[in-house]
Write a protein that binds this ligand. Structure first.
Ligand SMILES: [Zn+2]
Length: 81
């Protein structure tokens, strides 16, 4: 039993992640694959949470976009224009 914990403390422990949506600990089966996008199956505990996570990310991007638009309207222009 002690050996088990010793093993779990090693490289494997880094595979345990906290779900950004529901806070549950989960075990990431696959390493993140940058070529397939950082979200490739290891960001959340389940497909449902991964989906919610993606939506949240998308919304954050959208908010940043909206903010830039407001700046533009207020006369603050990004460089190069
Ligand atoms: Zn979750």
């Amino acid at each position: 039993m002690r050996d088990f914990f010793k093993a779990a403390e090693g490289a494997e422990i880094s595979r345990f992640r906290k779900c950004p949506i529901c806070g549950a600990l989960f075990y990431a089966l696959r390493a993140a694959r940058p070529e397939r996008g950082a979200d490739a199956g290891t960001k959340a505990c389940s497909k449902r949470c991964a989906n919610a996570f993606r939506v949240r990310k998308h919304r954050e991007k959208q908010e940043k976009y909206e903010l830039n638009r407001k700046f533009k309207r207020a006369g603050v222009r990004p460089e190069g224009e």
